[in-house]
Write a protein that binds this ligand. Structure first.
Ligand SMILES: Nc1ncnc2c1ncn2[C@@H]1O[C@H](COP(=O)(O)OP(=O)(O)O)[C@@H](O)[C@H]1O
Ligand SMILES: [Mg+2]
Length: 258
């Protein structure tokens, strides 16, 4: 059941596309203010779970609680209220190329708030400064690097001061240095704003750098095999599938076991 310290509670969720079962009996909680990683091999259902969490796809069985409020059994108006508090950055969540960064970030503010143009611009500048892009308001996406685009996407996800940020494979396609910068930024957002952050990733470096806690989805058994601190799971989990996933390339690259 949902408890006070849990920000998100996934309660006995089964997800499927028609009769095609993706995962069943998912059961875990995300605490307020933590970075929680959804991990697992390609095709195990990470993105599908994210869609269920943000209200884009309904679970076949089970419920998602936000604080004590059930999402899927609530009326649509209440679902919309909950969704306002989500910020999302998808893998494919490209910026609008015909708009400047400030305009991209201002879109949701224009739609959902009473702020005037000058105020929207001010918020956009502030959000850009949070992601290390102060002064880039009038740049177009084509004028900045891949890592900067991701950070601008993050600024856009934060436009409405979300309670929860959801990222799907944020470092996909980035070089290792840009990926590391993005991880540092995610940590900073947790620490400075206290935002709860849910990240889908299979990148080990990211998992160990940012995750306070995680869930491992297994494509073969179609259920979660583990939850908890990923370093603990890597070193001590009884199931070798979990350990293997978290120890990939450890011998070869001498990954820091600290
Ligand atoms: N819209 C869809 N309709 C039917 N099957 C889908 C759809 N989206 C994804 N799938 C299938 O569901 C499974 C899980 O996909 P996904 O959640 O994208 O996995 P992951 O993000 O872990 O790689 C895959 O087998 C994928 O082919
Ligand atoms: Mg995916």
């Amino acid at each position: 059941m949902a408890t006070a310290e849990n920000h998100i509670r996934v309660d006995n969720v089964t997800m499927a596309y028609g009769d095609f079962l993706i995962q069943e009996k998912l059961d875990f909680a995300v605490r307020r203010g933590e970075i929680f990683v959804i991990m697992g091999g390609s095709g195990c259902g990470k993105s599908t779970l994210l869609k269920i969490l943000i209200g884009l796809k309904s679970p076949k069985v089970g419920e998602i609680y936000y604080d004590q409020t059930p999402f899927w059994s609530s009326p649509v108006a209440e679902q919309e209220q909950l969704k306002r508090k989500f910020g999302t950055l998808f893998q494919s969540g490209a910026l609008w190329s015909s708009m400047t960064l400030a305009e991209n970030i201002g879109l949701a503010l224009q739609q959902y708030t009473d702020l005037d143009a000058a105020e929207i611009r001010e918020v956009a500048s502030y959000k850009l400064s949070l992601v290390g892009l102060a002064g880039f308001e009038d740049f177009y996406p084509s004028e900045i690097s891949g890592g900067m685009k991701k950070r601008a996407g993050l600024a856009r996800a934060m436009a409405m001061d979300p309670d929860i940020l959801f990222f799907d494979e944020p470092s996909a396609g980035l070089d290792p240095i840009s990926a590391k910068l993005l991880d540092d930024l995610i940590l900073e957002l947790r620490d400075s704003l206290g935002t709860t952050i849910v990240v889908v990733t299979h990148e080990l470096a990211s998992i160990f750098a940012i995750a306070d806690s995680c869930v491992f989805l297994d494509a073969d058994t179609k259920t979660q095999l583990a939850t908890g601190d990923p370093k603990e799971l890597r070193d001590h989990h009884p199931n070798f599938v979990v350990r293997n996933f978290l120890q990939r390339g450890m011998a070869a690259r001498n990954v820091d076991a600290a």
